[in-house]
Design a protein around this ligand. Structure first.
Ligand SMILES: NC(=O)c1ccc[n+]([C@@H]2O[C@H](COP(=O)([O-])OP(=O)(O)OC[C@H]3O[C@@H](n4cnc5c(N)ncnc54)[C@H](OP(=O)(O)O)[C@@H]3O)[C@@H](O)[C@H]2O)c1
Length: 300
């Protein structure tokens, strides 16, 4: 897998697998256990298979020796625990990203939170530690604590998620280290051109989440269809390639091993500049996720 050099010299793969387990997000391990039992009793085997699919996907990464970065979080249910099963051996092969949750920011438990994640992940460092949301009146203080964790070697790089330009300017004014990455919602329906331009100027790498716009129906009436036909690829593959060519690291999620393999099979063609411009023009400023300037951080 090709890599990009971050502003602190560390290298990150050009594509990232998002490991958010939708049905169990925010739930405790105990609640997760009862949900699995409930699914077993109600014969929802497909559901269980989907929820544990990250293990299969990590096997594919190893078999094909083609390792994407993996994005997880304390807020993603048992995702960290499942990844931790695989990290027991071959830790060095993987690029692991985890996050400091809003609850931990409110409690000021930044170091404790990372240590807990490291325990769940069976490792003594993460490659990239992110602040999940710029929690008003907390994020500068939290960022300063993350700077200390980088110095201690508990994380190789540090970055933020969901920061707009004004948040990044505040960090620039008040802190020592500029984030290495900003993980933001970005896809053809919501291209975030100004923010991406700002990040580029400041050497902050954009990680694009909800990268395929969850294959929103509206994508099917766009220029993506013709481009996909031309290259004999799927809409998802064209979108992921577009991200890479405009300088984003896309983060996509799938519970399906075949789709995982197809989604990363995008290194055998190049979109033309004209096609990239046409995909840029699909933008309708339609967010699918929360707006960091208009959301309740206590509920995320
Ligand atoms: N930092 C943050 O605040 C933040 C917020 C949201 C998300 N994220 C990260 O971003 C990751 C991805 O986000 P997301 O799940 O919202 O969006 P996404 O990856 O755009 O969409 C995932 C959905 O697309 C489907 N899909 C994937 N590949 C497909 C294909 N080739 N054809 C058809 N359908 C396909 C998947 O279904 P199947 O499972 O059936 O394939 C799944 O339902 C998360 O896992 C998380 O790591 C971060």
């Amino acid at each position: 897998m090709e890599k990009i050099v971050l502003n602190d010299g560390n290298k990150i793969p050009v594509i990232c697998f998002g490991s958010r387990i939708i049905s169990y997000s925010r739930n405790s391990k105990r609640k997760m256990f009862f949900k699995v039992i409930k699914n077993l009793l109600t014969l929802k085997f497909k559901k269980i298979k989907e929820d544990f699919s990250i293990l299969k996907i990590m096997e594919v990464m190893e078999e094909e020796n083609d390792l994407s970065a993996i994005d997880t979080s304390r807020a993603y249910g048992i995702s960290e625990n499942l990844i931790g099963q695989k990290l027991k051996k071959d830790r060095e092969k993987y690029f692991i990203i985890t996050k400091i949750s809003n609850t931990d920011q409110y409690n000021g438990n930044i170091k404790e939170a990372l240590k807990d994640s490291l325990k769940r992940l069976n490792t003594d460092y993460v490659d990239l530690l992110l602040l999940h949301w710029p929690v008003t009146s907390k994020y500068i203080e939290s960022w300063k604590k993350m700077e200390e964790l980088k110095e201690e070697g508990l994380c190789k790089s540090i970055g933020v998620c969901n920061c707009n330009i004004h948040h990044l300017e505040e960090i620039k004014k008040n802190c020592k280290i500029l984030p290495s990455v900003n993980e933001i919602e970005c896809h053809p329906l919501f291209t975030q051109e100004n923010l991406r331009e700002y990040c580029k100027k400041n050497n902050i790498q954009v990680l694009a989440y909800t990268a395929t716009a969850r294959m929103d129906e509206r994508l099917k009436n766009t220029v993506l269809v013709d481009i996909a036909k031309k290259y004999n690829k799927s809409l998802a593959q064209i979108i992921l390639k577009w991200h890479i060519q405009i300088g984003n690291i896309p983060i996509f999620n799938t519970t399906n091993v075949k789709r995982y393999k197809l989604n990363i099979d995008i290194f055998d063609f190049e979109l033309t500049n004209d096609e990239i411009k046409k995909i840029n023009a699909i933008n309708i400023n339609s967010r699918l996720r929360y707006d960091p300037d208009n959301c309740d951080f206590t509920r995320l």
